[in-house]
Design a protein around this ligand. Structure first.
Ligand SMILES: Nc1ncnc2c1ncn2[C@@H]1O[C@H](COP(=O)(O)OP(=O)(O)O)[C@@H](O)[C@H]1O
Ligand SMILES: [Mg+2]
Length: 699
């Protein structure tokens, strides 16, 4: 609980509606505001919250984490790591050494002022030492810079690589998990170095502690002869402690601010209406000016002299003036203390002991402030490190199989080059949803067959395709591949044997060359000819040829340059950036051709036994579509093929099997002639699309 410094403030604990029983809230009314703060389980002292027992245990577990972190960083760059830590720690003694040298100089000065003889060599030595120390540290700092940079970047890329590995292998179901999502955090290529900032913060805290301790020790040694030294130190600590207990700011606390004054809300709305350009014409044509002004005046009167100061200010205003006054006075505590001592017993006071004490006191104050204030941010940093490490332990929810595919041991499978695929009573819901999108689906596709799936939008065609290569597993039922459960095979193997042109495929933010090459990821970079061939097969060669950088054009490049400052040159500078980082936009159709080229690259990479194309042509003109499907049919060899298209007239005639879907169910199946005769859903769809001359677009 915060210490209510102002009696007039109404503290209503537990008044807030308790929707989540886990958190308790307290609320304060401040002027026109209501401030709602969560009540922390620990002991809230204003600036700091003392940890609860469970939090303490958490801190303990963090020690293990620190060992791991320091170990990892050491392994990345042993020399740089050692240099960095030594330098940081060495720096923490700079303050106390300077303090000592200063005390020598001050002693000499005060002796001189008292008219005593001064040891000149002492002054020279102390001054020279100070200069030397400054130069030495400056030189060290300069020379460590490069090493620090190396260390920092190694840490950055090490953790970046590990995070990327996790990201690249997450299955969709796992990736949607809120816990996994929060662990993955957000990525900024340029500035993502959370582990390093945490490491730095930890070191900074440790060195600040060391710095204070060494200064305190020195100051203590200097004024040890006074009996009242301990009292003096206790008083030095008083000020920051007082700050922790008494200095209470809203800023930095978790809170919500609500406006609870109706008149103020009305004033804000009227003000917004008057200022907005959007309503100018309406305001004029309706002639509302006078009405608005009148209402504003009325609301203003209603508001009266209630303070409309912002809530942060109001919060600070609650503070008693006594605390504020003492706070200022305490800064000069050492001086006041010495002055009072002179009043009562003027013996043993030296000029230097005053100066040293003053400096030590402010150092202690700073450290205590940092420890209390930064401990929150340190806890945050540590939990972010914890998150990063937890990231590497994320397990995919989808269980991998153990069998290799294809089962070369099985003679009957060895003969054919197509995959056999069977759905047995398959039902499916997307994770986190309740509506089944596929219900009780059963069909069998024989090796080498060509299958066309038809159905209106939303009938579940694309969802069916997603189950083929285990992007998702069925919620019920079973999928068999070559007679064995799909889940029994190694995921990598079955996926490798399939070439799937999905409906919501995308072109990648990489070079066009890589866009195509990724069709055959097991291979080394394909040759220019192979890329060209695939581009041609996908119908993408003509548009790529027209680009200035051809296949080396990078789509949607990551923007790394930036322009700062305004001025005459700004426009020219912006133009320079635009020229260097020209963004190449490809149209929907071009993007589809590119994706098709990637599939052709895959088809020719060997080992493919199954090809599926899910409306790859919705953005293509009918000619382009016809050409693409013809090429896919030609190049399929003995592979099993599943096509989904809206304009299926020219395809279904060749199909061995047509699956007709409606509302997630298989309503008809057979070949073209059979289904036309049946005069059902297929016949209806066929007639509709035969009439529609214009290409349909689908999302
Ligand atoms: N990722 C998803 N999460 C939840 N629902 C989805 C998702 N993708 C598709 N759906 C829903 O599944 C149903 C079938 O969609 P889809 O398989 O894309 O049909 P089609 O390809 O036949 O148009 C639709 O109702 C759609 O809204
Ligand atoms: Mg679809």
């Amino acid at each position: 609980m915060g210490i209510p410094v102002n009696e007039k403030v109404s503290v209503s604990t537990g008044d807030a509606p308790e929707k989540k029983p886990k958190t308790r809230f307290r609320s304060f009314q401040l002027g026109i505001w209501e401030v709602v703060l969560p009540v922390s389980p620990g002991w809230d002292l204003g600036l700091v919250t003392l940890p609860t027992a469970s939090e303490l245990l958490d801190y303990l577990s963090i020690y293990g984490l620190l060992f791991r972190l320091f170990g990892d960083i050491y392994a990345l760059a042993p020399r740089q790591f050692v240099l960095f830590t030594i330098f940081e720690f060495a720096q923490s003694f700079e303050g106390s050494i300077n303090l000592y040298l200063n005390s020598q100089i001050l002693d000499a000065i005060s002796s001189h002022l008292k008219g005593e003889a001064v040891v000149r060599s002492l002054i020279v030595r102390s001054l020279a030492s100070r200069v030397l120390l400054a130069l030495m540290l400056g030189w060290l700092r300069k020379n460590c810079e490069r090493d620090n940079q190396v260390l920092k970047d190694r840490v950055k890329f090490f953790f970046m690589e590990k995070s990327m590995h996790t990201l690249l292998t997450l299955d969709p179901t796992t990736a949607e998990d809120p816990d996994v999502k929060s662990k993955m955090g957000n990525a900024s290529f340029q500035y993502d170095n959370e582990v390093w900032s945490s490491f730095e913060a930890i070191i900074r805290m440790a060195t600040a502690l060391l710095k204070s301790f060494s200064q305190i020790a020195l100051a203590f040694a200097l004024i040890r002869q006074h009996a009242s030294a301990p009292v003096f130190f206790a008083l030095c600590v008083l000020q920051p402690l007082l700050g922790i207990f008494g200095y209470d700011e809203l800023w930095g606390k978790t809170h919500i601010i609500f406006c609870i004054n109706k008149a103020y809300e009305r004033l804000a709305a009227l003000h917004g209406f008057a200022y907005s350009d959007r309503y100018r014409v309406d305001r004029l044509s309706d002639g509302v000016a006078e009405f608005i002004e009148r209402e504003f005046k009325k609301s203003r009167e209603e508001l009266g002299d209630v303070s409309t100061e912002d809530a942060n200010r109001e919060w600070s205003n609650r503070q008693s003036f006594v605390v504020g006054s003492f706070y200022g006075l305490m800064n000069d505590f050492p001086m006041i203390y010495f002055a009072l001592r002179i009043l009562f017993s003027p013996k043993g006071i030296t000029f230097s002991s005053l100066a040293i004490s003053q400096e030590a006191a402010s150092s202690i104050q700073w450290t205590i402030y940092m420890l209390t204030y930064d401990s929150k941010s340190l806890a945050r940093q540590l939990s972010s490190v914890k998150n990063v490490y937890a990231r590497f332990e994320i397990q995919n929810k989808m269980k991998d199989g153990v069998l290799t595919y294809p089962r070369v041991l099985d003679e009957s499978v060895k003969e054919s080059t197509g995959m056999e695929l069977e759905f047995r009573n398959v039902s499916f819901k997307y994770p986190g949803t309740t509506k089944p999108v596929l219900e009780d689906l059963s069909f069998k596709i024989k090796p080498g067959q060509m299958v066309v799936i038809v159905g209106v939008n939303g009938s579940g065609k694309s969802s069916t395709i997603k189950l083929f290569n285990r992007l998702y597993d069925p919620t019920e039922g079973e999928i068999l591949v070559d007679g064995l459960p799909l889940t029994a095979y190694k995921l990598k193997d079955v996926r490798r044997a399939m070439a799937i042109l999905r409906q919501d495929h995308d072109s990648y933010p990489l070079s066009l060359r890589l866009n195509v090459a990724l069709g055959a990821p097991e291979r080394e970079m394909p040759s220019d000819e192979e890329i060209q061939e695939a581009l041609k097969a996908g119908g993408a060669d003509t548009f790529v040829e027209k680009l200035p950088k051809k296949a080396d054009t990078v789509l949607d490049p990551v923007k790394l340059s930036s322009v700062y400052f305004e001025g005459e040159a700004l426009e020219e500078m912006n133009t320079m950036v635009e020229e260097r980082e020209k963004i190449t936009d490809v149209s929907g159709g071009e993007s589809q051709r590119l994706a098709a080229a990637r599939v052709f690259m895959r088809l020719n990479s060997g080992g493919i036994r199954f090809l599926a194309a899910d409306e790859p042509t919705s953005a293509l003109d009918p000619e382009g579509e016809f050409a693409l499907f013809s090429r896919l049919r030609q190049e399929r060899g003995g592979k099993t093929v599943v096509f989904i298209t809206h304009r299926f007239g020219h395809l279904t005639k060749y199909a061995d099997l047509i699956l007709v879907m409606k509302d997630g169910r298989l309503v008809e199946s057979g070949n073209h002639i059979e289904l036309v005769e049946k005069d059902g859903e297929y016949k209806r769809l066929h007639d509709v699309q035969a009439q529609a001359f214009l290409p349909t677009t689908d999302s």
